[in-house]
Design a binder for this molecule. Structure first.
Ligand SMILES: NC(=O)c1ccc[n+]([C@@H]2O[C@H](COP(=O)([O-])OP(=O)(O)OC[C@H]3O[C@@H](n4cnc5c(N)ncnc54)[C@H](OP(=O)(O)O)[C@@H]3O)[C@@H](O)[C@H]2O)c1
Length: 428
């Protein structure tokens, strides 16, 4: 079976290397050889491994229009031209394997429907959580469940930054600089820090898990830029840790979707997922709770998922389609104002008699009860107060925040993020 690879970067190079190296092993497993015959790149001046040079092309049609190439592996990244190349390959009846979450989150259902029409498989295990086999697990192994919720740490960059802040007391800026140095963060890390990347991934997971398409723009997003050393200290005081958690929760009135830095208790299954690791915590019936954890990015982990898809596409040529079907119909969504969560807030307040009472009064008037209030000692005329609410509707939280903004004793709101201090089973 001949395949063409679009892109020879971190992932593409590793994929080609492993396919070349393990040719005999894969041939024995599949009963036929897999051969990478063409590799598309853009930059003619970049040095490339000797063994790959004769297969390079700068012309996408050399792959897309080659009738002998049956599988196209897209590892370029970005939306265009990757999206057009994938669509063209599918139109020509070629199976497509991609790691591109942006294309799948924005155009997955259309591409998957086009694939069905053309009899072309579309596989994207590597698009969410790198090496963790979560797409196929949701699609196949867990298909007999009614899922209640999925919580994911699906962005390695932000998990690395938050872990360094929590475990080693490093500042946000220093942790970000280190993530860049180690190759975990891109030169422009906005998609990671502002939770765009995690929103794409949870929209894909939710679409597979709950049977309706979730538009990525419907995912409520709060990034990690506002998380400070003071929040990390308060989390520790509460026996918690801060993680960027992407969530999709089934409620009787629709799916509640979002990504937010979240205070989770140390006993939560996601609390120990450290550094650039990823994890997906799935809750449903009859399975109960299930944690998938492992390397979520990097050449080796991502190529493991890509190659698994390539072998699957090869097998599918004999036994029928292996496509991951994405639903076209939109999933019913719970409006944001009705989302129910616990929240953590950190306020800068005046150090004066009556301040705490005024803050508590705002929550009480919004109908919110408080789970904990902490005011660390302060020596000047300003103080800090951190609070965790009991579960409350977002619209009530917004009412309380509005009252706090109008309250003279409150100088500023420094943080407002989610708190999930209980596991799924403790909540039920
Ligand atoms: N890296 C990870 O850890 C990771 C993890 C999970 C998923 N992914 C996904 O995997 C995909 C690839 O990521 P990567 O990190 O390997 O990217 P990368 O290192 O930036 O490599 C991209 C490759 O695509 C080529 N390319 C880009 N635009 C092109 C164009 N218009 N025409 C021809 N070639 C083009 C580049 O060519 P030149 O070499 O000529 O510049 C390069 O070889 C992305 O969708 C990414 O989101 C990556």
């Amino acid at each position: 079976m001949r395949i063409g690879v679009l892109g020879l970067g971190t992932v593409g190079r590793q994929v080609v290397e492993v396919l070349d190296l393990e040719r005999e092993l894969f041939a024995a497993r599949l009963g036929e050889e897999i051969e990478v015959t063409r590799i598309l790149v853009r930059d003619q001046d970049k040095p490339r491994p000797q063994s790959m040079r004769s297969r390079l092309t700068y012309e996408p049609d050399d792959i897309l229009k080659d009738p002998d190439i049956e599988v196209v592996v897209e590892l370029m990244g970005g939306f265009e031209p990757a999206h057009s190349y994938i669509a063209e390959a599918i139109r020509r009846g070629k199976a497509v394997v991609t790691a591109n979450k942006e294309v799948i989150a924005r155009s997955g259902p259309d591409l998957s429907a086009a694939g069905e029409r053309a009899g072309a498989d579309l596989l994207f295990e590597a698009a969410v959580a790198g090496g963790i086999p979560i797409i196929r697990s949701l699609q196949e192994s867990l298909a007999g469940n009614r899922l209640r919720a999925i919580y994911g740490i699906v962005n390695g960059t932000t998990n690395f930054i938050l872990s360094r802040m929590h475990e080693d007391g490093v500042s946000f800026d220093a942790a970000l600089a280190e993530a860049k140095e180690r190759g975990y963060a891109e030169a422009d890390p906005s998609d990671d820090l502002d939770a765009v990347d995690a929103a794409r991934k949870i929209s894909i997971l939710a679409s597979l898990a709950f049977g309706g398409w979730v538009d990525v723009d419907a995912v409520d997003r709060i990034g990690i830029r506002s998380i400070s050393a003071a929040d990390v200290r308060e989390a520790k005081h509460l026996g918690a840790v801060i993680k960027l958690v992407a969530r999709a929760q089934a409620t009787p009135d629709g799916l509640a979707l979002g990504v937010s830095p979240t205070l989770i208790s140390r006993s939560h299954p996601l609390a120990d997922v450290s550094g650039a690791q990823n994890a997906v915590y799935v809750c449903g019936d009859p399975i109960g709770e299930l944690l998938f954890a492992g390397p979520g990015a990097g050449g080796p982990a991502t190529s493991s998922a890509v190659i698994g898809d390539i072998l699957d596409a090869a097998r599918a040529r004999r036994v029928g389609g292996r496509s991951v079907a994405l639903p076209l119909e939109p999933a019913p969504l719970l409006p944001l104002h009705a989302h129910q969560h616990s929240y953590y807030l950190r306020l800068r307040v005046r150090e004066a008699a009556g301040t705490l009472a005024a803050v508590a009064e705002a929550f009480s008037r919004a109908g919110i009860s408080l789970r904990s209030v902490h005011q660390p000692p302060s020596s000047d005329d300003e103080a800090m107060v951190s609070l965790v609410t009991h579960v409350t509707a977002r619209e009530q939280l917004e009412r309380a925040r509005e009252m706090l903004r109008a309250e003279a004793a409150v100088l500023s709101e420094e943080s407002c993020i989610l708190a999930e201090l209980d596991t799924d089973s403790q909540r039920r």
